[in-house]
Write a protein that binds this ligand. Structure first.
Ligand code: AMP
Ligand code: ZN
Length: 114
């Protein structure tokens, strides 16, 4: 998608701090981290929101969640705990309309969220 920030990052047209990549996913450090570990797990394929996922994407979503777990473990947070979040549309504060799973860890995370 021409006008999508994360498509531009994935294409290498905008720099980012990449912490993991494979044929399906790219994981980058969030530019405005909300916790000591704040990574975004992003599929290479453009999907605007969670509402736009189809049954054929079930494997993709599982791969994203399991990659978050692997990155949490690599960073030493899998026992302490971490949070994985998809924000969808306006009231959830979605600002980039290319799905991404937030991985947050390294401090106590309040519940309910703000
Ligand atoms: P959301 O609000 O759920 O759509 O999350 C978008 C996230 O992307 C926010 O946490 C931003 O801080 C982050 N973000 C925006 N621009 C960049 C960028 N150029 N590199 C890395 N993260 C970014
Ligand atoms: Zn995109």
């Amino acid at each position: 998608m021409d006008d999508c920030l994360f498509c531009k990052i994935i294409a290498g047209h905008i720099p980012a701090s990449i912490v993991y990549q494979d044929d399906t996913l790219v994981a980058i450090k969030d530019i405005n981290p909300q916790a000591p570990l704040h990574v975004l797990i992003i599929p290479r394929r453009h999907v605007a929101t969670v509402n736009d996922l189809s049954p054929s994407d079930d494997g993709l979503v599982g791969t994203m969640v399991r990659r978050a777990a692997a990155l949490a473990e690599e960073s030493g947070y899998h026992e302490r705990g971490y949070r994985t979040v998809f924000n969808t549309n306006r009231e959830a504060g979605q600002s980039v309309f290319h799905i991404h799973l937030h991985l947050l860890a390294g401090r106590p995370l309040a519940w309910p969220p703000g």
